[in-house]
Design a protein around this ligand. Sequence first.
Ligand code: ADP
Ligand code: GLC
Length: 483
Amino acid sequence: MNIVMVTSECYPFSKTGGLGDVAYSLSMEYVKKGEKVAVVSPLYSKINFDKYPKLKKLFSYEVKMNWRYKECEVYHLFYEGIEYFFIKNDYYFNRPGNIYGFYDDGERFAFFALASTLLLKKLPFKVDIAHVHDWQGGMIPCILKTCYHNDPDLKKVRTVLTIHNPLFKGYLGRDSLYDLYNLPTSLYDDGSVRFDDQVSTLKAGIKFADKITTVSPTHAYELTTVEGSKGLWYDLILRQNDFVGILNGMDYTAFDPKKDKTIYKNFTVNNYKTNKKINKEEFCKENNLDPELPLFAVVSRLTDQKGLDLIYAMADFLTHEGGNFAVLGSGERYAEDMFNNLYARNPSHNYVYIGYSEDIAHKLYAASDFFIMPSAFEPCGLGQMIAQRYGSLPLVRRTGGLKDSVICYDAERKNEDIANGFGFDDYSIIDALKCVSSALTTYYYKKDVMDNLVKNALNTDHSWNESAEEYLKLYRLALSYND
Ligand code: ADP
Ligand code: GLC
């Protein structure tokens, strides 16, 4: 099967969060399974040409966006078994700073969607599946079904849309349908791509993709409820026969405590008691923290989705109750200020790094005893899985993928043989603090239980094997449909 992933980010070339991880690690799993996989992604200015000398220009073509004719250069790289096709247009993608957040993101990713659709026709192999992601790729199934349904090369391409984050709808005005996408406004007028009285490229994907997925079974359920769907329940219920939740796996190569070159000391389940400890001791020494205290870490985008008020309350509480807190992240300005202020008030118990750093992230996963992730909503979450892989016990709110990937310790049920983290249900400061208390009690007074939980976490299987099989099954099903 020839699979093409169309994604706005892909590790190691670009990443702001889990989408970058998933596009890469799922593709790698396909390579392992002998499938042919290509990734189509923008060529952002950040990509380091010196590091990838084999990156070569293949060809270029014009992309028509109503009155605009924009040049698209396609660069190719064969890397680790994956064919990468990068869409280069410096006006749209060669910009300083983040890869999103520009006033014209709608136009930038309209160009990307149109350029990628044209590329599907020009690839040197027949495409079976175009797997598109989030709002940035949402319009592609609509373009294919509306403009290319009679095209001999493209009419048999089947599309899968994965919703990683339902919050971002890809809003545009009605006129953008023809002004950016060369599409008729009747698609808006008949409701096909209309959402909240605007065009939503995510809704377009939900309407037109052959199959729709999200990144955990629990989130798939949540997306069909009024409370949990960010407004998408109605459109997803209409597509419920084609909609499924498949739990993400994580990248076992990039995050491997046995071989990780960025951490202070490598470890495995057999020697973590001595070696994981060295990671904590070194991190604490470098940052003036007492290594005898339990270390609670956060590695995250600092957005409301991640439960920032709960994180703050948990951090404030635990640093007064015998713990240390470390946060690595960037995002909402108020949150960055809030954590800087926490540090200023109590520097001997806090570590705060505002920014993005792979290096510090790995060090924190390896050094910490606990990983805080009390998200307001979480389609899947990779942070908690990575934490488990490094023997750091996640403290999660049981929502979305957090519910599907963490078995929470319950002292009454004595489930320490299987538990690999801590959790609570309601979005409540009291419940979050109880959860921290339980973690502290376990750390200080139930050393055997703590040990079991860490071992269980280290032994947890979050590899892609089964989930990739589920995707492949879904692709086959989509391909079995006639025109
Ligand atoms: P989301 O995709 O919603 O941001 P996930 O938990 O799925 O959340 O994925 C987050 C990914 O981004 C993880 O690989 C995490 O380690 C990484 N990450 C988040 N913030 C940072 C940061 N400030 N520095 C380095 N890595 C980060
Ligand atoms: C999104 C979600 C996160 C998920 C990631 C990868 O960014 O917020 O929960 O893990 O995508 O699917």
